[in-house]
Design a protein around this ligand. Structure first.
Ligand SMILES: [Zn+2]
Length: 506
């Protein structure tokens, strides 16, 4: 169906009419930072891409529904009892609502000990996950086919790679597709760590690979062209409840979250300058996200590329300020806001404006994010109803880069359980509350990517995955023995949009 047609599903998804204005932590009704007329009137900004918003709403709705119908279907299955055609009825329900039958054998054994809900639950989660990845992959192929590539914009702004690290919190899971509206690209890398504490050494290696590729292949720009590698860190905060719903890894202390991300950015930048001397320049960018409204704040570098916690452009304010302008006026006002913030004095004072390409990239990110602010206004009444955690599964390893939907998964990037123990433990703690306390197991999906061009890589990755799975099972043996932990293993070729290949865990 073409995107221009009205979509009943998108309207169903929209809960705006039912939304009550949330209370702030101090008990007062919140005032939306971008659209002050809520809840009486929704705002409509001239620069918002309404068609894309409708498309994304249908997407989010269909992906989440795959997960959220699992428990109601299982309740119905459990209520079927020991009827004569139990297996057929249960599978009919599953096919009708979840799009797949239950795994063979599990239902047949139900007459002995009753319905094995944890196994059916976990297998349904993993099926929903595989279907979701496939759905997103189709979208990615479409993006590539439509040549809606980020590459041209990046190179045009003077960058040959962009490497983004964000917090592992599930509320940031829609960062590219939704919050920043960045399409899939070979030049875009993404990793997440609890508290945005990314691995500086890994990123220096990635920088080296990107520079070598330019030198050897001239891709995406030749080594003498003066383009730069851009490292971005994204921290998060909660405007509604800053003391409790901010970044858990920093005890919801926004200042600590900002400082930690900025410190890693500076370590990365200085690490490269120290090791590779003159001319080995990189750019860094710090972005803050309000997880209640999805509005971003971008810290604008100065002419030396230095950042300040106190020099930033707040996109919710910008939305409000430019509401009512036509598209050209609004675009101009955004460029002015970026230029003006460079003149700020006091603690935020820097030395001049960033280079022209950086200003253009920041403007693009801000304009893209205006659509997301309005997306949350249209579909959720301005603020997300799930203020805190509501993840559906734990994602371990390289993550499912294709699957970009808020609060779908808690992601722990790890190569060994020893290194990733802190991130894993935080995730398990969240899921003990979300799932185990309700009698449901924790579904953990381990996924690693391999490079099909490198002989034997797939086999080595599978061995690594099995080693990680065994270490997780040993670490959480209590949950495992209680039947409250289910693991699923898969590998994927490095190319974005490659199919999931399920692999055995032993
Ligand atoms: Zn966080």
């Amino acid at each position: 169906m073409p995107d221009s047609m009205p979509m009943p599903m998108a309207r169903q998804f929209s809960q705006a009419v039912h939304v009550q204005v949330p209370q702030q932590a101090d008990g007062k009704p919140a005032v939306h930072p971008a659209c002050a007329s809520l809840p009486a009137h929704q705002c409509h900004h001239a620069l918002v891409n309404k068609t894309e918003n409708d498309r994304l709403a249908r997407f989010e709705s269909s992906i989440k529904r795959r997960f959220d119908e699992i428990v109601p279907v299982l309740k119905e299955v459990a209520a079927l009892g020991a009827s004569r055609d139990f297996t057929e009825q249960a599978n009919r329900l599953a096919e009708q609502h979840l799009g797949h039958p239950f795994p063979e054998g599990v239902l047949e054994r139900s007459w002995i000990h009753g319905v094995d809900v944890p196994t059916l639950y976990s297998s349904s989660i993993f099926s929903a996950l595989a279907a979701g990845v496939e759905q997103f992959s189709q979208r990615i192929h479409q993006e590539v086919a439509d040549a809606q590539s980020l590459d041209a914009l990046l190179v045009d702004c003077g960058f040959h790679a962009i490497n983004v690290s964000a917090c592992a919190d599930g509320r940031l899971k829609g960062l590219f597709t939704y919050i920043l509206r960045l399409p899939a690209s070979d030049l875009l890398r993404y990793s997440t760590f609890a508290g945005t504490l990314f691995d500086v050494e890994d990123d220096i290696l990635d920088w080296q690979a990107a520079e070598l590729r330019r030198f050897r292949e001239g891709y995406p720009s030749t080594s003498d062209s003066g383009t730069r590698y851009l490292k971005v860190a994204v921290y998060h905060r909660s405007s509604l409840d800053p003391m409790h719903q901010g970044c858990a890894a920093h005890q919801s202390n926004e200042k600590l979250a900002m400082e930690a991300a900025l410190e890693r950015l500076q370590q990365f930048r200085h690490g490269i300058e120290n090791a590779f001397c003159c001319g080995a320049s990189t750019d860094i960018l710090l972005i803050g996200l309000d997880t209640d409204t999805d509005a971003i704040r971008i810290h604008v570098p100065d002419s030396h590329g230095d950042l300040s916690l106190f020099r930033s452009v707040d996109n919710a304010e910008l939305y409000k300020k430019t509401l009512g302008m036509n598209a050209d006026q609004a675009r101009l006002a955004i460029y002015e806001a970026i230029a003006n913030v460079s003149d700020v004095g006091g603690w935020g004072q820097g030395d001049g404006k960033p280079h022209d390409g950086m200003r253009r990239l920041i403007a693009n990110l801000l304009i893209n994010n205006l659509s997301q602010i309005e997306y949350v206004i249209e579909n959720f009444g301005g603020w997300y109803p799930d203020r805190g955690h509501g993840e559906r599964f734990m994602s371990i390893g390289d993550g499912f880069q294709e699957l970009q939907v808020r609060n779908l998964s808690y992601y722990a990037h790890l190569d060994t359980v020893e290194e990733g123990a802190a991130d894993l433990d935080v995730g398990v703690k969240i899921f003990r509350h979300l799932n185990v306390e309700q009698g449901l197991p924790i579904p953990m999906a381990i996924n690693y990517r391999y490079d099909a061009n490198v002989p034997g890589h797939r086999e080595r990755i599978i061995i690594k995955l099995q080693r990680v799975a065994a270490a997780i099972q040993a670490r959480y043996s209590d949950l495992l023995s209680e039947g409250m932990l289910y693991l699923h293993g898969s590998v994927q070729n490095q190319k974005l949009g490659s199919p999931l290949e399920e692999v055995p865990l032993t």
